[in-house]
Design a protein around this ligand. Sequence first.
Ligand code: IMP
Length: 193
Amino acid sequence: MKLVFATNNRHKLDEVRDILGDKVEILSLKDIECFDDIPETADTLEGNALIKARYIYDKFGVDCFADDTGLEVESLGGEPGVYSARYAGEECDSEANMQKLLQNLTGKNNRNAQFRTVIALIINGEEKIFNGIVKGRISETKLGNSGFGYDPIFIPEGFSESFAQMTGSMKNSISHRYRATEELNNYLNGKYD
Ligand code: IMP
């Protein structure tokens, strides 16, 4: 079967192809010649993933899925959540986002947080939602240089190092994205095997 993944991010495409294996051919937005800037205007991760998947399904008539990820911090009521990429402002980078988060946690004892990835799948018009969560906590300072986004300040449960101090393969084996993709994989296996 063929599924369009509503992204052109090479890293995400490789990771998903790796997990789903040979049973599914994963096409990117470029592969279907979609160069549109798909709006992400919802105020939830589920909402944004669905907007992107529905946009592709409605315009191109192909089975597809889309993802959205956020870092949810308990003592900040789930912030930055769906706004993770632009927490410190539309034009801001990861550095500014991390500084804002550390600042907002100053003096708070509860530093529990989780990364959550939502995948919205549409096959023959039927919509399904999958979640992948990795629980952890926000460190006091930045630790490590690998990865991207909030990796230097996120310490996953059961570890003493941040995502940015781990090898890429270690992080990818426990990550929110990996877990959401595994959920998708299990669903496809059950449906088509
Ligand atoms: P996206 O939905 O995958 O584009 O993720 C939205 C934002 O969440 C990114 O811009 C990052 O700030 C953050 N993010 C997503 N995944 C990760 C991760 O694995 N590590 C650190 N930050 C992440």
